[in-house]
Design a protein around this ligand. Structure first.
Ligand SMILES: [Zn+2]
Length: 663
């Protein structure tokens, strides 16, 4: 590409803060300058008119710091893992394909070994890793992660310059899989899926670390994609999209937003799969048997394109997809699918015995979609789902000892969680997992016009520079049912504080400086406090939690137990779980290993009455025990996010008293 094409967008190297300083603080408000699903500091190009304004914008990840608690500990474990990995090994095939000498041997698993060579995911990990390091830098300020992101971007630039076509990739057969795809020939694997991770990694390096070279490499890579898809007919293009292609539409929409170049928007729209878009836009659910994690990223892209273009079919499709997945296709934990696919909602019971339910990537992507929908329409339903899935799928996905991640989260009664190896697996869920624990801070708070949303009860500090506000949230939630917000302000300031009133909580009370301010009896909304806030003001929020049973969709006699937003799992022992037995290289062996016979109690009584026979264990937070209702024995229940290296059960069969002997 010609160098001068980049010039008009040169202003984007300013951070949002710098832009605000030059434009005056009034610039924030009506139209938020930030418009990225990733909460980085960069603004869209001035040449881009964002069609649909975000009503609640995310804060930059760098504005939020986690304080001591389960999320901070998960972040620290993830940081350790990221530092253990060697960028040169992840870069191996990129250098080979560019004709450069690799600096270290390639990693195993999906990165180089059988039986995964056919899926052509080589290099996807580098993309995730670049995103994760960039986010970890923003989330912690630790320069080690910026240096790693800088190093990888410099290496990719060297590969791009040496290869000369603009393409950077790590496929073992070089550009061949992509050439075959765009030439409408038979092709192997999911090359665009893999490329999407590299696009996203470069975007995130730019957004979170302000690395200008990352944007240059990304633009040249995008130009390669523009040039090589130019001659594909629309029909051929759509046929190409029948194969998993990640969020290519979102990534290219972001490149458009960053550069203002219409050609990237045009290509982003061509990457919209009409076989999914059309029915969703007409509120038709055709998701049965579709590969779940193929669809969700496409919809993230639809919603992004709705923001940028205002085309209502994109918006309608995104909203309908979210509703149908969350309301009809989701387990209590916020996860979905079996064997990576959506199944008919009438078949939940049949799929409960599977060890391949709830792929972690699917929840990762549902959360990305949820927060982008929330930004456009800040309603508590989105935030409720976010909280539920964050605790019960994402926090639950990490091994508290090793920091490794789950692929599936099995609903099979008595099965354990299985985790990846650090250097021989490199599953999709390893990659998205690296990102998950780096970005917990990105959805705790949102800002509206003179309004602050507190969506999650996670110990953290928020710096809102334009308002001169520092907010410290101190809490041991969910172990305790209160949270405390302390405000530091440079000068008194009027602001509407919107504290989420979760759907699981009957009554929320809010005290300001020790005085009862308001009591809300409207679950699934916001408690609003509008006042002039002053230095040292303290807001105390009480969110009483209770135990409840939630049926498996369509099955009133099969229930999961929740305490507040926390899904409880029954502890079923460690049969066969010698140390390391639950760490696996090959995700395809889920369900083939560790199938020792485990007795799973049934519960006797009326499903609605059972919660009264489940009592908290004294002295142990969030720990419960059934009392006289388990057959053949009672069972202990703990948060699913705390379950590790033991067998568990999530859904309980409830039988009437007369049927108990047949159970
Ligand atoms: Zn995955």
């Amino acid at each position: 590409m010609k160098k001068d094409e980049l010039q008009p967008a040169a202003k984007e190297s300013l951070t949002r803060r710098e832009l605000l300083k030059s434009a005056g603080a009034a610039a924030v408000g009506a139209a938020f300058p930030v418009a990225f699903a990733s909460a980085g500091p960069q603004s869209p190009s001035e040449r881009v008119k964002v069609a649909v304004t975000q009503r609640a914008a995310a804060f930059e990840l760098a504005d939020v710091r986690l304080l001591e608690g389960p999320f901070r500990r998960a972040q620290e474990r993830d940081a350790k893992y990221l530092l253990r990995l060697e960028p040169d090994r992840l870069l191996h095939n990129f250098r080979v394909n560019a004709g450069l000498r690799p600096k270290a041997p390639v990693y195993g698993g999906w990165e180089s070994q059988e039986p995964w060579v056919e899926i052509r995911c080589h290099g996807h990990t580098l993309g995730h890793y670049l995103s994760a390091c960039s986010m970890m830098f923003a989330a912690t300020g630790d320069e080690q992660f910026r240096r790693r992101a800088d190093y990888i971007v410099a290496e990719l630039r060297e590969c791009q310059d040496a290869g000369r076509s603009g393409l950077v990739c790590a496929f073992p057969d070089g550009a061949k899989p992509l050439h075959e795809v765009v030439d409408a020939k038979r092709f192997v694997g999911v090359p665009w899926y893999t490329m999407h991770k590299i696009f996203a990694g470069l975007r995130d390096a730019y957004l979170y670390t302000n690395n200008r070279a990352a944007l240059d490499v990304l633009v040249k890579l995008s130009d390669w994609a523009v040039a090589h898809t130019r001659n594909i007919t629309d029909e051929q293009f759509q046929r190409m999209l029948d194969t998993e292609h990640g969020g290519m539409n979102e990534a290219l929409a972001d490149v458009y937003a960053l550069t203002g170049e219409a050609k990237y928007l045009a290509l982003a729209e061509r990457f919209c799969h009409r076989r999914l878009l059309t029915p969703l836009a007409e509120s038709r659910d055709t998701l049965d048997k579709l590969h779940s994690n193929t669809q969700i990223p496409k919809v993230i892209g639809f919603n992004r394109l709705y923001e940028l273009t205002g085309r209502e079919d994109y918006g309608a499709a995104s909203r309908f997809f979210w509703r149908t997945v969350v309301e009809h296709r989701t387990f209590a934990t916020g996860g979905n699918g079996d064997g990576e696919h959506f199944f008919p909602p009438a078949e939940f019971l049949k799929h409960l015995s599977s060890a391949k339910t709830m792929e972690t990537c699917c929840t990762h992507n549902m959360l990305r979609l949820t927060r982008s929908l929330f930004a456009l329409e800040p309603t508590a339903a989105y935030a409720d789902y976010y909280e539920r899935a964050l605790y019960n799928s994402i926090l639950a996905s990490q091994d508290p000892d090793s920091g490794m991640m789950t692929y599936f989260q099995p609903t099979r009664p008595g099965y354990p969680k299985l985790y990846c190896t650090p250097a021989d697996s490199f599953w999709c869920c390893t990659g998205s997992g690296m990102e998950n624990h780096a970005k917990y801070g990105d959805s705790v708070y949102f800002r509206g016009e003179d309004a602050l949303y507190v969506n999650l009860f996670i110990a953290s500090t928020l710096s809102w520079e334009e308002k001169g506000l520092t907010l410290t949230q101190s809490t041991r939630f969910p172990e305790h049912d209160t949270t405390r917000l302390q405000l530091k302000l440079r000068r008194p300031s009027r602001l509407t504080l919107n504290v989420r009133h979760p759907s699981w909580c009957e009554t929320v009370t809010v005290n300001v400086n020790g005085r009862r301010q308001t009591t809300s009896r409207r679950p699934g909304g916001y408690v609003t406090v509008n006042r002039v806030w002053r230095e040292g003001d303290i807001v105390q929020v009480h969110l009483p939690m209770s135990l409840r049973a939630e049926p498996l969709p369509g099955n009133p006699d099969v229930v999961a137990f929740l305490y507040g937003p926390i899904v409880l799992a029954g502890r079923l022992g460690r049969e066969g779980l010698t140390p390391g037995a639950d760490v696996i290289v090959n995700e395809r062996t889920y369900g083939d290993v560790l199938n020792d016979k485990v007795e799973v109690p049934v519960l006797v009584g009326d499903a609605r009455e059972l919660v009264r026979r489940i009592k908290p264990s004294r002295g142990e937070a969030l720990t419960f025990r059934t009392e006289g209702i388990g057959r053949p024995r009672d069972v202990s229940l703990i948060p699913y996010y705390r379950v590790a290296h033991e067998r568990y059960n999530l859904y309980w069969k409830v039988v009437g008293k007369g049927d108990a002997t047949h159970a």
